[in-house]
Every structure is written in structure tokens, then in C-alpha cells.
Design a protein around this ligand. Structure first.
Ligand code: HEC
Ligand code: HEC
Ligand code: HEC
Ligand code: HEC
Ligand code: HEC
Ligand code: HEC
Ligand code: HEC
Ligand code: HEC
Length: 417
């Protein structure tokens, strides 16, 4: 019973020696064996428990009893960095480190319920993997009692901090799934995933070849994840293919990164700061070369190069459909068949308004962009034919048809046929 632990007779306290007031690791463990027994047993399973990394190493020794719980501190990546400097340094240079800032940079961020963002039940639930500033940590303490600040526990979770867990694709599953980035679904139903699970269930020998997420995305255990194309699959310089260049320009305009005259806007600075796109060919090629080296452990260089080139070409193809749809909606604004929402900088629909876009046709454009365009090329890169075709390409075609039909209706309604 918790209360028994806190009601210490005053006389007993007075008879304790001074040394007993200095909390030792054993104090934390002994009391927490009753308070949170399975946290202690998880910690006992970890390598930390064998190396004298104890409760107070990560949570400080300010809190000593049930009456001063607020004095317990929560570790940040810097806490881990005292002993794991290499991983923290690598992590800080990769995209995961930027996740919190990238989320907050979204124009629609402030339109979502707080529980979804700082409360970490939506955007924040995944983007908490990003590093936070001192000020942000302080703010989180006030609003949602200060958890979600560790970043490093995203893949090897507390308090086992297991290497085996982090190396399993399941470690990535909770975030890399669903609407706009179903890497878990694509991977787990690809040949790579199928082989992985056959290994996990010991139907294939443990030393048989099957890549996990970390094999391809954290080669040699490097903690700074990054890919050539990134999430949005837009990059600079523009491609030589004239059609593709025009299509990408349209998409960049609808992302508000280029203005209607094709000139960079303030959003380009956000893109730069959050490393959302590669801005030089060399940056892109460096990531591509790393990936090819990984494939090459199990496939011929020839095969791997060909497979990744198909992903690139898929982006070209989906950009064509996407740009056509954007131009249709932009045409409606221009011709007065659809009211351009206030606050839209350009003559273009704003893809970053997400589900908060005001009309069905503009929302369809967002779904087309964030759900179906993503699936078509992500499925191609992750060797998942069904995602590439039925959940990606096929859906894009249907979106475009629907947008065309709705546009015609809107024009008719507005008498602008
Ligand atoms: C005499 C018992 C006792 C001792 C000793 C003790 N704790 Fe606690 N601790 C508690 C209780 C009670 C809570 C509150 C549990 C709850 O909310 O269910 C708590 C909560 C915590 C929390 C969570 C804080 C939060 O905001 O939810 C952490 C972390 C923690 N203790 C770490 C430690 C560390 C580190 C030590 C040793 C320096 C320690 N504890 C020593 C009883 C103790
Ligand atoms: C290697 C660092 C590390 C060690 C050692 C450690 N913890 Fe934690 N603990 C964490 C991290 C990381 C979190 C999550 C913080 C966050 O969400 O911001 C956490 C959170 C907690 C929480 C609050 C969240 C919850 O799930 O209830 C409690 C309670 C807690 N630890 C107790 C303990 C106790 C007791 C020990 C010793 C047996 C211990 N910790 C040892 C890193 C550690
Ligand atoms: C005071 C030093 C110290 C701190 C702080 C610390 N660790 Fe460790 N960590 C260690 C030691 C020592 C080992 C064991 C290394 C070994 O035996 O190879 C270890 C091992 C690990 C491992 C590998 C476990 C395995 O199964 O091989 C992971 C993952 C890890 N720590 C993560 C973390 C995270 C995350 C944090 C912060 C929340 C953290 N550590 C904080 C010292 C520390
Ligand atoms: C289920 C977890 C999850 C939720 C919920 C989520 N995200 Fe994400 N977000 C991710 C992942 C994972 C990526 C990277 C995907 C990829 O690269 O394919 C990402 C990418 C992004 C990016 C692009 C960053 C870049 O560099 O390209 C932004 C911006 C973003 N999310 C903002 C948000 C906002 C705002 C919300 C809430 C409206 C949100 N996310 C909800 C997991 C999530
Ligand atoms: C995206 C998932 C992910 C995150 C986030 C993450 N790790 Fe890891 N970590 C891994 C994987 C996967 C491995 C195993 C890599 C390998 O051996 O190829 C690993 C290995 C480790 C090891 C063991 C290294 C060794 O060779 O024994 C330590 C220590 C570690 N991580 C610490 C950290 C720290 C500190 C952070 C926060 C900066 C962190 N990790 C964040 C996935 C992650
Ligand atoms: C066989 C290697 C391989 C495996 C396994 C793999 N990926 Fe990928 N991943 C790729 C390639 C190739 C790309 C595209 C790289 C580029 O931009 O050129 C990619 C891209 C990504 C991206 C950026 C957006 C996208 O989908 O194009 C994320 C995020 C990602 N992978 C996460 C994961 C996660 C999470 C897992 C496990 C569930 C996983 N990947 C498994 C090879 C792999
Ligand atoms: C707690 C949620 C979370 C977990 C767990 C997680 N990620 Fe991520 N990941 C994200 C978010 C959010 C982003 C987008 C960050 C940004 O770009 O600002 C991201 C981005 C990435 C990217 C970069 C894509 C690009 O834009 O180039 C790769 C690759 C990636 N993750 C791989 C992994 C792998 C592999 C694992 C498991 C070992 C993993 N992630 C675990 C949330 C997570
Ligand atoms: C750790 C080993 C390993 C790595 C790394 C790896 N693969 Fe594979 N891959 C396999 C195995 C094994 C198969 C199943 C072969 C089969 O279908 O007969 C496979 C199957 C495939 C397939 C399905 C087509 C086929 O031949 O059946 C494609 C496409 C593919 N891999 C592409 C890639 C690409 C691209 C990369 C790098 C981004 C990569 N792989 C990295 C082991 C690997």
C-alpha cells in the first residue's frame, strides 16, 4: 500500500544517521519495487542495471519520497549523451532530430486540438522523437506534465533499452504507418518483410538474409536517418525533363515554396531549416549512394540501381497527375468558379492546409497529394507492388477523375462553363 510508505513516524526519522538522507540507488529501487514493480523489473533486464546506471542517473536524486515526486526529472537526449555521445551526435545531425521543429513549422499545426500536438495524442505522439529546446521542455512541463522529452527512447523503449527491440522493424511501426507514410504496411507485406518474419518465427535460419528497416536506414548503426528524396519527394535542382520540371514547379507552388511567378517564398527558408528537401544534386546523390551500397550486400549493383531508378521514375509519373489536378483547382480560382480562401498567398491551392481546406475538391487535392501520391512512390521504393499500384497509382487516377468531374460541376454552378 502506497500510504504505508510515506507515513514514517517522526521519531524514526530523527534516529536515522545523516548518511541515510543521501538517497542511494537502492532507495529508489527498493521503494519503486512496490510503487512501480514492472519498471524495476524491466530495468533489471537492461544492461544499465548491470553497469550501475540506476534510477537516479537518469531521473536525478532530488525526489526521495512520495511527497516530493515533482522533484524527479525526466531525461533528455543530453542525459543519454553523457555516456552515448556518438549516438546522440549522429542522431542530432539526422532528420529525426528535426521532427518536433518540422511539426511546429506546419501552417496548420495551430489549428489542431492541443491534445493532438503538445498533448502527444496526434502529431506530437510521433513527432516527439525530435529534439526540443529548453524553453519547449519547460512549456511541456506546464501543459502535459513534462513527458515525451527523451527522444532516445523511441526505438529502444524504457526501461529495458534493448538493442534487439531497436533492430526489429516493430520499433519503427508505431510512427511509420498509416495515412501518409505506411512504410510498416509496405515493408511487412513485401518479400523483405516476409523473410524477416519467417526469421523471427524461426522458419528461416537466423543468419539468412532479410533486411530490416534499420538495415537500410541506419547502416552500421548510424543514428542520423535521412533519405535521398525525403517525405515530400521534391528536390532541387529541377529535372532536365521539361514536363517533369513544369510539374514539379506546380507542386512547389501549391506547397507555397514558389510564388506564382516561380520565385522562392519565405516557406523555402522553412524547408531549408527543416531539411525537408535536398537542395543540391550532390546531397541527393550522397544518400542514394549509401542506399545502393546497402542493397549491394544482397543484390547485384545492377539490380539495385535499376530498382531505385524505377522509384525515381514513379515520382515523375505521379507528379504529372498531381500537377494536372492542382492546375484544375487553380483554374477554378482564376475563373471565379471557386472562391480562393482568404490568406492563400498565391493563385494556387495550398496543399499544406490539409483537412482544414475549406471545400471538398480542395480536400480531395490534399488526399491525392499526401495519401495517394506518397503511396505510389513509397510502395515502389519499398518493393510493394500492391501499394504502388492499387493504393497509390490507381487511387490517384480516381482522384483526378473526381476532381475533373467536380470542377465541371462547380463551373456549371457558377455559370462559367
Ligand atoms: C519512499 C518511496 C520512494 C522513493 C525512495 C523514491 N520514489 Fe520515486 N516515486 C514514488 C512515488 C510514490 C511516486 C509517484 C507514483 C505515482 O504517481 O504512481 C514516484 C514517482 C517517481 C517518478 C515519476 C515522476 C512523475 O512525474 O510521474 C520517477 C521518475 C521516480 N519516482 C524516480 C525515482 C528516483 C530516481 C528515486 C531515487 C532517487 C526515487 N524515485 C525514489 C516513491 C518513491
Ligand atoms: C537510462 C535512463 C533511465 C534509467 C536508468 C531509468 N529511467 Fe525511468 N525513464 C527514462 C526515460 C527516458 C523516461 C521517459 C521520459 C519521457 O517520457 O520524457 C522514463 C520515465 C520514467 C517514469 C515515468 C513514466 C512512466 O512510464 O510512468 C518513471 C516512474 C520512471 N521512469 C521510473 C524509473 C525508475 C524507478 C528507475 C530505476 C529502477 C528508472 N526510471 C530508471 C529513463 C530512465
Ligand atoms: C551513466 C552512463 C549511461 C547513461 C546516462 C545512459 N547509458 Fe545506456 N548504456 C550505458 C552502459 C554502460 C551500457 C552497457 C554497454 C555494454 O555493456 O556494452 C549501456 C547500454 C545501452 C544500450 C544498449 C543495450 C543493449 O542491449 O546492448 C542502449 C540502447 C542504451 N544504453 C540506451 C540509453 C539511452 C536511450 C539512454 C538515455 C535515456 C542511456 N542509455 C543512458 C551507460 C549509460
Ligand atoms: C503516426 C505518426 C505521425 C503523426 C500522427 C503525424 N506525423 Fe508527421 N510524420 C511522421 C513520419 C513518420 C514522417 C516521415 C515520413 C516519411 O518520411 O515518409 C512525418 C513527416 C512529417 C513532416 C515532413 C517533414 C519532412 O522533413 O519532410 C511534417 C512537416 C509533419 N510530418 C507534420 C505533421 C503534423 C503537423 C501532424 C499533425 C497534423 C503530423 N505530422 C502527424 C509521423 C507522424
Ligand atoms: C530510430 C530508432 C532509434 C532511435 C530514435 C535511437 N536509436 Fe539507438 N539504436 C537503434 C538501432 C536500430 C540500434 C542498433 C544498430 C545496429 O547495431 O546496427 C541502436 C543502437 C544503440 C546503442 C548500442 C550501440 C552498440 O553498438 O552497442 C546505443 C548505446 C544507442 N542506440 C543509444 C541511443 C541514443 C543515446 C539515442 C538518442 C540520441 C538513440 N539510441 C536513439 C535505433 C534507434
Ligand atoms: C531494402 C531496404 C529498405 C527497407 C528494408 C526499408 N526501406 Fe525505407 N526506403 C528504402 C528506399 C530505397 C527508400 C527511398 C530512398 C530515396 O529517397 O531514394 C526508402 C524511403 C523511406 C522513407 C522516406 C519516404 C519514402 O517512403 O520514400 C522512410 C520514412 C522509410 N523509408 C522508412 C522505412 C521504415 C520505417 C521501414 C521498415 C518498416 C523501411 N523504411 C524499410 C529502402 C528500405
Ligand atoms: C516516435 C516516432 C518514430 C519512430 C519510432 C521512428 N520514426 Fe522515423 N521519423 C519519424 C518522424 C516524425 C519523421 C519525420 C521527421 C522530419 O523529417 O522532420 C521520421 C523520419 C524518418 C526518416 C527520414 C525520411 C526523410 O525525410 O528522409 C527515416 C529514414 C526514418 N524516419 C526511419 C525510421 C526507422 C528505420 C525507424 C525505426 C528503427 C524509425 N524511423 C522510427 C518518427 C519516428
Ligand atoms: C539483407 C539482404 C537484403 C538487402 C540489404 C536488400 N535486399 Fe532486396 N531482397 C532480399 C531477398 C533475400 C529477397 C527475396 C529474393 C527473392 O524474391 O527470390 C529480396 C527481394 C527483393 C525484391 C523483390 C524482387 C525479387 O527479385 O523477387 C526487390 C525489388 C528488392 N529485393 C530490392 C531491393 C533494394 C532496392 C534494396 C536496397 C534498397 C534491397 N533489395 C536490399 C535481400 C535483401
Amino acid at each position: 500500500m502506497k500510504t504505508n510508505l510515506v507515513v514514517v513516524p517522526a521519531v524514526a526519522v530523527l534516529t536515522l544517521t545523516a548518511a541515510a538522507f543521501i538517497s542511494t540507488a537502492d532507495d529508489c529501487v527498493d521503494c519503486h519495487k512496490k510503487i512501480t514493480p514492472l519498471i524495476v523489473s524491466d530495468w533489471e533486464l537492461s544492461k544499465h542495471s548491470k553497469k550501475e546506471v540506476t534510477c537516479s542517473t537518469c531521473h536525478g536524486d532530488g525526489h526521495k519520497s512520495a511527497t516530493d515526486v515533482a522533484k524527479a526529472t525526466q531525461p533528455t537526449a543530453d542525459t543519454c549523451g553523457v555516456c552515448h555521445e556518438k549516438q546522440v551526435k549522429e542522431f542530432s545531425g539526422g532528420k529525426h532530430a528535426l521532427a518536433w521543429a518540422a511539426m511546429k513549422a506546419m501552417p496548420t499545426f495551430h489549428w489542431q486540438p492541443m491534445t493532438m500536438t503538445e498533448g502527444m495524442k496526434g502529431c506530437g505522439g510521433c513527432h516527439k522523437i525530435g529534439l526540443k529546446t529548453e524553453a519547449e521542455i519547460k512549456e511541456l512541463k506546464k501543459t502535459s506534465p513534462g513527458f515525451g522529452v527523451a527522444s532516445c527512447d523511441a526505438c529502444h523503449t524504457r526501461h529495458t533499452f534493448s538493442l534487439t527491440e531497436a533492430k526489429s522493424p516493430q520499433a519503427c511501426m508505431t510512427c511509420h504507418m498509416g495515412f501518409d507514410h505506411p512504410q510498416w504496411e509496405m515493408y511487412s507485406t513485401s518479400k523483405h518483410g516476409a523473410r524477416h518474419f519467417l526469421k523471427q518465427t524461426r522458419n528461416l535460419p537466423p543468419n539468412s538474409a532479410a533486411p530490416d528497416c534499420h538495415t537500410c536506414h541506419m547502416p552500421e548503426g548510424h543514428h542520423g536517418v535521412n533519405t535521398a528524396w525525403g517525405f515530400l519527394a521534391v528536390r532541387l535542382p529541377m529535372p532536365e525533363d521539361k514536363q517533369w520540371a513544369a510539374d514539379r514547379a506546380t507542386i512547389l507552388q501549391a506547397l507555397g515554396v514558389l510564388d506564382p511567378d516561380g520565385k522562392p517564398t519565405a516557406r523555402l527558408d522553412v524547408v531549408k531549416a527543416s531539411k525537408v528537401a535536398k537542395l543540391t544534386h550532390e546531397d541527393w546523390q550522397a544518400e542514394r549512394d549509401k542506399m545502393l551500397k546497402t542493397c549491394n550486400q544482397c543484390h547485384s549493383a545492377n539490380f539495385a540501381k535499376g530498382e531505385l531508378a524505377k522509384g525515381d521514375d514513379m515520382i515523375r509519373q505521379v507528379d504529372k497527375l498531381m500537377a494536372e489536378a492542382i492546375r484544375i483547382v487553380a483554374g477554378l480560382y482564376k475563373d471565379g468558379a471557386l472562391a480562393k480562401p482568404k490568406g492563400y498567398a498565391a493563385a494556387f491551392p495550398d496543399l499544406l492546409t490539409f483537412h482544414d481546406a475549406p471545400t471538398v475538391i480542395e480536400q480531395k487535392l490534399f488526399v491525392m497529394f499526401l495519401q495517394h501520391r506518397m503511396r505510389a512512390f513509397q510502395g515502389t521504393f519499398h518493393s510493394n507492388p500492391d501499394y504502388a499500384l492499387w493504393y497509390g497509382w490507381s487511387e490517384l487516377q480516381r482522384d483526378l477523375t473526381e476532381i475533373k468531374e467536380r470542377a465541371a460541376e462547380l463551373r456549371e454552378k457558377a455559370g462559367k462553363k
